[in-house]
Design a protein around this ligand. Structure first.
Ligand SMILES: Nc1ncnc2c1ncn2[C@@H]1O[C@H](COP(=O)(O)OP(=O)(O)OP(=O)(O)O)[C@@H](O)[C@H]1O
Ligand SMILES: O=C(CO)[C@H](O)[C@H](O)COP(=O)(O)O
Length: 407
């Protein structure tokens, strides 16, 4: 956690709440700022108050945005990211058992579903989906992400996925790294500007469908028809509000059906592309063999065991929404994960701390979905990149006063 003392939240509760109001108070001889934002929730007749108490001088929180549709691997990615920093991520201790937040020593992951301004029944009554901006409170999202970035604890609302209601808020203290994950981290320009790094998980419709069926049929007992209907119902809003955010992402992990099997419709073998924006501060793209070149590589042979249809890598420069990017692509899947070290040794700029760290991370989480293909590989690499970005930002802040003195 960033150095921070949080005074009793009752202090916050004693302040009358007016929408988006700021009140400055003297408190214990320190300047304390209360942010209070209220959203009426007629359905459960409760007031959602986002309030916070400034007692931190830090303001060192690095903010990462992770955008994707529901069921597209955000939680899996978060587990890989948290593992890179060591330590397990858990919901806030003693809090709401249905909290969506995950806290570890270094990272706090908040789910942006908590900023739904309409609960499940409210959305149904108004005929809007959760993807629609009208069902979300972007003012509160902005105020609270900004507060956390500035080292201020907040009382964040909770959207309860079990009941479909808006629950009373939970206290979130400013972490070293704040990850905001969900449907809209890059939708609102004010929130977007707070991000130090952004990622979009771009899962093609065919693959999304296959994953949804696997999870919602096998694990949640939904019927094939209801899964199809739910995907279709969300699609217009997904296209209008979620998908366009990928143009702003610093890294996109694009997941497509394989090209190694003609007309494959099983969706089990994946072609995964890591699209990395050039010129992003503290982020230096990964490359294969030679920086800036264009390479197609089939690593199968003496050092890598491959069964049908094999594995194919590609690396090269490209343009993405008018931005210069470099792309590393992997089509196919690993037979033996320990042999990944052979591929790792041909990738550069991995931001690893020792030779073989990527392979070690992948082996450690061999049971996570996607560990035998490019989804797991690129999620792990992006995790290492975020660690390096964080370390560089912290180092640059520590060095800044020295530079300033020289000037
Ligand atoms: N890389 C992958 N390869 C194969 N299947 C995957 C992969 N990632 C996720 N899945 C499938 O998708 C499901 C959802 O993954 P996950 O819970 O990580 O997504 P999510 O975006 O956090 O979902 P939600 O927002 O609905 O909670 C998993 O249970 C798994 O079936
Ligand atoms: O797109 C989603 C992000 O997770 C959910 O569908 C949205 O949050 C609404 O949740 P629920 O279906 O539990 O009411």
């Amino acid at each position: 956690m960033a150095a921070c003392t949080v005074y009793s939240t009752q202090c916050f509760n004693t302040i009358s709440s007016t929408p988006s109001s700021k009140t400055h108070l003297a408190f214990h001889q320190r300047q304390v700022v209360f942010y209070t934002t209220t959203t009426s929730n007629k359905r459960n007749n409760s007031k959602r108050s986002g309030g916070s108490v400034i007692t931190c001088a830090a303001g060192d929180t690095v903010v990462i945005g992770l955008a994707a549709d529901s069921g597209c691997g955000k939680s899996t990615f978060m587990r890989r990211l948290t593992s890179v920093f060591g330590g397990a991520a858990e919901p806030p201790k003693g809090g709401n058992p249905d909290s969506n937040t995950l806290i570890s020593d270094t990272t706090t992951v908040i789910c942006l579903d908590d900023y739904h301004s309409l609960d499940r029944t409210g959305r149904k009554e108004k005929g809007v989906t959760a993807l629609d901006p009208r069902a979300n409170d972007f003012d509160l999202m902005y105020e609270q992400v900004k507060a956390l970035k500035d080292g201020i604890a907040v009382e964040k609302p909770i959207y309860n996925h079990v009941t479909g209601l808006l629950d009373p808020p939970e206290l979130i203290k400013p972490p070293k790294i704040l990850v905001i994950e969900g449907l809209h981290p890059m939708f609102d320009a004010r929130v977007r500007d707070l991000l130090d790094f952004s990622i979009y998980l771009d899962i093609s419709n065919e693959v999304k469908f296959a994953w949804k069926i696997q999870r919602d049929m096998a694990e949640r007992g939904h019927s094939l028809e209801s899964i199809k209907a739910s995907i279709e119902a969300r699609k217009p809003d997904f296209d209008a509000y979620i998908d366009p955010q990928k143009q702003y992402a610093d890294a996109v992990i694009e997941v497509l059906p394989t090209q190694l099997i003609p007309d494959d419709n099983e969706g089990k073998i994946l072609r995964v592309r890591l699209i990395q924006k050039e010129g992003v501060k503290h982020f230096s793209p990964v490359y294969l063999f030679d920086d800036g070149s264009t390479i197609s590589w089939i690593p199968c042979g003496r050092k890598l065991t491959c069964s049908y249809p094999g594995i194919k890598f590609f690396y090269g420069p490209d343009s993405y929404f008018g931005n210069e990017v470099s792309v590393v692509e992997m089509d196919g899947q690993f037979d033996r994960l320990d042999e990944l070290i052979y591929v790792e040794s041909h990738l550069s700029n991995l931001s690893s701390k020792f030779y073989g760290e990527v392979t070690q991370q992948m082996l450690k989480h061999a049971d996570f979905p996607g560990s035998n293909n490019g989804t797991g590989l690129f999620q792990t690499i992006v995790g290492l990149k975020i660690r390096e970005l964080y370390e560089q930002i912290v180092a640059s802040k520590t060095e800044a006063p020295v530079g300033a003195a020289k000037a």
